[in-house]
Design a protein around this ligand. Structure first.
Ligand code: ZN
Length: 176
């Protein structure tokens, strides 16, 4: 016997549901440089608009201009949506307002720390940080006795740190 629930899930999404489907699919597109984070986690998807699943617009803001991942992300989004049966996908790049690390979701910050990358410590929108920068915590032992080794880590948006307590070297996702 087929339950009502499984019948419903087999039906094509109602027209009002296709945008939710796009958001769900975009949540499965991972950032090429930090594959544990999706582009939704990073906060770079600004909108999903359009008249139908045959004519949709996706607004993306690159994490920072010149980031080599930007073109790759565009292609991944197009491929993901095309495979799911969406047509005429227009990807719009939005440069203003510029992306900041403040847009990284709270859930994504926890994922970063669990992965061993210290998440941005402060809100870029907080002007106070220019005068008294908060210490970067070690993602392994939580100690704030850490020191900067290099302004550039494995990718330009990260810096390389070392923990003085547990001696763990780690990447820090910079406040940008
Ligand atoms: Zn440590």
């Amino acid at each position: 016997m087929v339950s009502a629930l499984s019948l419903t899930s087999q039906l094509a999404p109602a027209p009002t549901d296709w945008q939710a489907e796009v958001w769900r699919l975009l949540g499965e597109v991972n950032d090429p440089e930090i594959p544990i984070l999706s582009i939704i986690d990073l906060g770079i998807v600004r909108y999903v608009r359009g008249a139908s699943r045959e004519a949709l617009h996706v607004g993306l803001t690159p994490t920072y201009s010149g980031c080599p991942a930007t073109e790759v992300i565009r292609r991944l989004v197009e491929e993901k949506l095309a495979r799911a049966g969406f047509g005429r996908i227009v990807i719009e790049t939005l440069l203003a307002p510029p992306w900041t690390s403040d847009w990284i979701t709270p859930a994504a910050r926890l994922k970063l720390a669990a992965y061993g990358i210290a998440p941005p410590v402060e809100a870029v929108s907080n002007p106070r940080r220019l005068f008294a920068a908060a210490p970067v915590g070690c993602p392994r032992c939580k100690s704030t006795k850490t020191r900067l080794i290099s302004e550039f880590g494995s990718t330009p948006c990260k810096a390389h740190y070392m923990c003085a307590e547990c001696l763990e070297p780690f990447d820090y996702f910079k406040c940008i």
